[in-house]
Design a protein around this ligand. Sequence first.
Ligand code: NI
Length: 156
Amino acid sequence: MSLRTIRIVGDPILTKVSKEVKEMTPRLDQLVDDMLETMYENDGVGLAAPQVGILKRIVVIDVGEGPIVLINPKIVAEAGSQTGMEGCLSLPGKSGQVTRPNEVKVVAFDREMKEFTLTGTELLARAICHECEHLDGHLYTERVEGELVDNDAEEE
Ligand code: NI
C-alpha cells in the first residue's frame, strides 16, 4: 500500500464527474487499499477517488466502525435531517455547517463487484452523502450554511 496525494480545492479534477467501475482490476484494488491508507493517515472519515486524482466511482468510509468500500454507489432513499459541522480532506483545516438526511440507503458494489445495500444514520449518512457528491464533482462548500470556519481550536 502507499499514500496518495490528496487534491486540494481549486484542483479542477474535484469538479469532474467520475466514471462507473465496470470491473475490478488489480490496479483498482490497489487504489482502494491506497485510499484507505490515505484516509487513515489523514484522520479522515471518508475519501473519494477523485480526491486522489482518479475519476472512478469509488468511495471509502470509516466512521469508527470499520472500513466501508462503496463502488458505483447510488443513494436510493433518504429520511429525516441532521444539521452539523462537516469537513473535507480537500479543504484542510476548514469546516462548515451542512444539513444532510439523517438516514440514507445506498446500493453499491463491494471489492468483488457483488452488489449490496447499506443503511447509514447520523455520521455515516453524512459521510455517504458527502463522498457520493465528490463522484459528481461537488464539494460540501456548495451546501454550507453561513461561513466556513477554521478548525484551529480542534487541531492537536
Ligand atoms: Ni470530501
